[in-house]
Ligand binder design. Sequence first.
Ligand code: B16
Ligand code: MG
Length: 219
Amino acid sequence: MMRKAFIFDLDGVIVDTAKYHFLAWKSLANSLGIHFTTEQNEQLKGVSRIQSLKKILEWGNKTISEKEFTQLMAVKNEEYLAYISKMGVNEILQDVPRVLDYLISEKQAVGLGSASKNARIILKRVSLYDRFDTIVDGTNVSKAKPDPEVFLLAAKDLGVSTKNSIVFEDSVAGIEAANTAGMISIGIGDKKILHKADYIFTDFTEIKEEFINQLIKND
Ligand code: B16
Ligand code: MG
């Protein structure tokens, strides 16, 4: 049987860390007198830390020095890390371990492709670190999604061609990155938002073994 690469995004696919990003960005924005909403937080999904802060400052019509920018990123990350440090296995999104374990039992290559610089800490907190053959995250790449770099690097590490790679993503930028990489894209979330994905599911409870078998068999 063919060995395929299954590459998972982290935030919004394996765990819901968006709520912690929101709390940390909100207190930072508010400390600068900038209003920050959940709708705005949606637009930061899959977006790197630097780009996120740039957007928030844009929304608040604020310009700051480079030094202050670096400080604010550190402040946000510290608060975010405080939330992350309390995470546990109960925060893994439903049926993710079932799909991971099925892929491993079928001897498929499993990778992580995340924009987050905190991906490794989070995977360790939720005890999923050892399930991955490779982890490519914000510390390994220079170009953010929708650039395909993160997924191309993961496939390369796994020794699988791009056309034999499958990506699970919850963000528009991530789906675009997978498509540009020439990989099969699977959207996890809203059909209207992720319409550019090859397949779309609300969550992993909808992903059955038959579907995975088809992906493994297809040329
Ligand atoms: P960090 P993903 C992304 O994770 C988040 O969706 C995004 O909101 C966040 O800004 C980005 O990671 C960077 O995270 O500040 O931890 O480096 O969806 O690509 O797994
Ligand atoms: Mg995501």
